[in-house]
Design a protein around this ligand. Structure first.
Ligand code: ADP
Length: 494
C-alpha cells in the first residue's frame, strides 16, 4: 500500500511529546512490512536542516485558503537509517518560530491558519509530485483538516486525483482540540455550510479535532481503554457524543516503542548498559543518577523517577496534594519535566525544601530521560487520563517498576501486583484506581515497602517487566489491517 503519515511532529526532527515518537517509529515498522510509506510534517526552526540533509524538492507552491494565497515550498529528506521519504512543508512566516504550538504557555493566535496551510499544502504537494497515496494517516488536530478538505473542498472534490484517498485519523490526546473562533472558518478556506453540530461547530466555535473525527473514514486512538473512555462524558472533553455516534468507526491500537532507541542493552545515552540477565550496571546507573541529582548515594533507598509534561493531565494536582506526605517516606524522587508554571514553582520549592530527597530538573532533555529510566527503581505516572503513555513502556524495558493510575494505556499495559499475579509471575507494576492523593500515597507506600522487604519479589517483578514486548510489529500489523479495510471500501463504495 501507499501510505502517507501526516504528523505535526516526528522524531528525530521535532518533538514535544509522545506523538513524535509514534510518528517516528510507525513508518519504520510499516516499511518493514514492505509498504511504500512516506511522512510529511512542517519545517520548524527546530528541524536541523543540515544535520538531516534536507534538500529542496519543490521551490514554490501556491496555497489558496479562502480569499488569501500563501507561498509554500517543499523540502525532503529520509528517516535516518532508512530510505523512507520525509517531506517538510516550508513557510518561514508560519513555522520558523521558537516553539511548535505555544509560546510562554499561550497558543500562537494563528495556529488554525498555520495548520490549515500545512494540510492544504500537503495535499497539493501530493499532486505536484504525482504520488497518490491510498491512505493518509493523520494525527491529532493539526492534521484534521486533511480529511475535512478531501470531503468538502470544492476543488479537491472535483479532482479525480484525490477521490479514492482514504483517511485514518488518530487521536493521541482528545483534550487538545485546535479550537478557534467561528470567524476563522473562511480564513481556513471552508464554507459556512459546515458550521453546524454534525460538522465542525463546537459551542459557537470551530473545533478542528471534531472536524477530524467527523470527516475521516475511520478513527483510531492509542489504546483500547482510551477508545472506550473517550466515549464517556468524564473523558470525552465534550466530544463523547460525536465519538459515540461514530463508535463503529473507532478502534484502539496500543502504541509500540522503538527498541532501537529505548533498550538498556544498547542505550548509548545511559552511564552503563545492562540486561535482564545481568542487572549489575543498573546499580551504576542509579548511583550516577543520584550523584548528578546531588542525592545521597544510597543503593537501598528507592529512587522514584518521573519524566513528564508538567500538566494536570499527568496527575500533578494529586501529586501536589500528596508531596509533603510522600517526602516523609524513605525514598528519593527524581523529576524531569517542563510545562505549567505553577508546577515549576511548586517543584522548585520542594527541591529546595528537600534537597536530600529530590532531584528536580525543570528542562527538556532526552539524555536525562533515558538516564532516569535506567537509574530509577520505580517510575511514577499518576495520570488523570493517559491515551497510551510511553514512559511506562520504556520503564518496563529498563526494569523500572511503574506505579500508575488505572486509565487508558496505563490500564492496558501494566499488570497490577496482586498475590495471584505475583504467584504466576505476571505482575509488572503497582496500580491504583481512584484519582485521589490518598490512593496515590498508599500505592507508593506499597511499592516502597515491597522494594525494601521483599528483594526476591522485586527481582521477579523486574524480570517480568523486562520480558514484556511492546515492539511496533504487532501494532503496525493492526494498522495495516485497518488501512486495508478502508482501501477495500473504496473499491466497493457500498
Ligand atoms: P505525552 O505525549 O502526553 O506528553 P507520552 O508518555 O506519550 O506523553 O510521551 C512523552 C514523551 O516525551 C516520552 O518520550 C518522554 O520521554 C518525553 N518527555 C516528556 N517530557 C520530557 C522532558 N522534560 N525531557 C525529555 N523527554 C521528555
Amino acid at each position: 500500500m501507499k501510505i502517507l503519515i501526516a504528523s505535526p511532529e516526528v522524531v528525530p526532527f521535532a518533538k514535544t511529546g509522545g506523538l513524535a515518537d509514534v510518528a517516528g517509529s510507525l513508518p519504520k515498522a510499516l516499511a518493514k512490512q514492505r509498504h511504500d510509506v512516506r511522512v510529511i510534517m512542517p519545517r520548524y526552526r527546530m528541524v536541523d536542516a543540515s544535520k538531516f540533509g534536507l534538500t529542496r524538492l519543490m521551490p514554490e507552491l501556491d496555497v489558496v485558503l479562502g480569499s488569501a494565497s500563501y507561498k509554500a515550498a517543499v523540502d525532503s529528506s529520509t528517516m535516518p537509517g532508512t530510505n523512507i521519504p520525509v517531506y517538510f512543508i516550508v513557510n518561514d512566516g508560519f513555522f520558523d518560530r521558537d516553539e511548535l504550538y505555544v509560546l510562554e504557555g499561550k497558543d500562537y493566535p494563528d495556529n488554525s491558519l498555520r495548520f490549515a496551510f500545512f494540510c492544504m499544502a500537503a495535499l497539493q504537494m501530493l499532486r505536484g509530485i504525482g504520488w497518490q497515496p491510498e491512505i493518509i494517516h493523520c494525527n491529532d488536530w493539526q492534521t484534521a483538516l486533511i480529511p475535512t478538505y478531501l470531503k468538502n473542498h470544492p476543488e479537491l472534490r472535483a479532482d479525480s486525483f484525490y477521490r479514492s484517498i482514504k483517511v485514518l485519523y488518530s487521536v493521541h490526546n482528545l483534550a487538545y482540540q485546535g479550537l478557534c473562533e467561528r470567524d476563522a472558518l473562511p480564513t481556513i478556506g471552508l464554507g459556512w455550510e459546515l458550521f453546524h453540530m454534525e460538522g465542525l461547530e463546537f459551542y459557537g466555535k470551530v473545533n478542528l479535532m471534531k472536524a477530524g473525527i467527523v470527516y475521516a473514514d475511520a478513527i483510531s486512538t492509542v489504546s483500547r481503554q482510551y477508545a472506550e473512555e473517550i466515549q464517556t462524558s468524564e473523558y470525552g472533553s465534550g466530544l463523547d457524543g460525536i465519538l459515540r455516534a461514530r463508535a463503529n468507526r473507532l478502534t484502539g491500537i496500543l502504541n509500540g516503542i522503538d527498541y532501537d532507541d529505548w533498550n538498556p542493552e544498547i542505550d548509548s545515552l545511559i552511564p552503563a548498559t545492562y540486561s535482564a540477565t545481568d542487572l549489575a550496571n543498573k546499580a551504576v546507573c542509579k548511583r550516577e543518577l543520584q550523584r548528578y541529582s546531588q542525592l545521597p548515594e544510597e543503593p537501598r533507598t528507592p529512587v522514584i523517577g518521573m519524566v513528564s509534561r508538567l500538566a494536570d493531565q499527568k496527575g500533578f494536582d494529586i501529586l501536589a496534594e500528596a508531596i509533603e506526605r510522600m517526602m516523609q517516606m524513605d525514598l528519593q524522587l527524581v523529576l524531569l519535566g517542563t510545562g505549567d508554571p505553577k508546577y515549576h514553582e511548586l517543584f522548585s520549592a520542594i527541591g529546595k525544601k528537600y534537597p536530600e530527597k529530590t532531584g528536580i530538573h525543570l528542562k527538556f532533555d532526552n539524555r536525562m530521560a533515558h538516564w532516569i529510566e535506567a537509574g530509577s527503581d520505580m517510575f511514577l505516572m499518576p495520570s488523570r487520563y493517559e491515551p497510551c503513555g510511553l514512559n511506562q513502556l520504556y520503564s518496563l524495558r529498563y526494569g523500572t517498576i511503574p506505579i500508575v493510575r488505572k486509565t487508558g494505556g496505563l490500564a492496558d499495559s501494566i499488570t497490577p501486583v496482586t498475590p495471584a499475579t505475583m504467584q504466576r509471575g505476571q505482575a509488572t507494576g503497582f496500580v491504583f484506581t481512584r484519582y485521589k492523593a490518598e490512593d496515590l500515597l498508599r500505592t507508593v507506600k506499597r511499592a516502597v515497602v515491597m522494594y525494601r522487604e521483599d528483594a526476591a519479589g522485586w527481582q521477579k517483578l523486574m524480570q517480568a517487566a523486562m520480558r514484556k514486548d511492546f515492539s511496533w510489529d504487532a501494532s503496525a500489523r493492526k494498522y495495516t489491517k485497518l488501512y486495508e479495510s478502508l482501501v477495500k471500501e473504496s473499491s466497493n463504495p457500498d
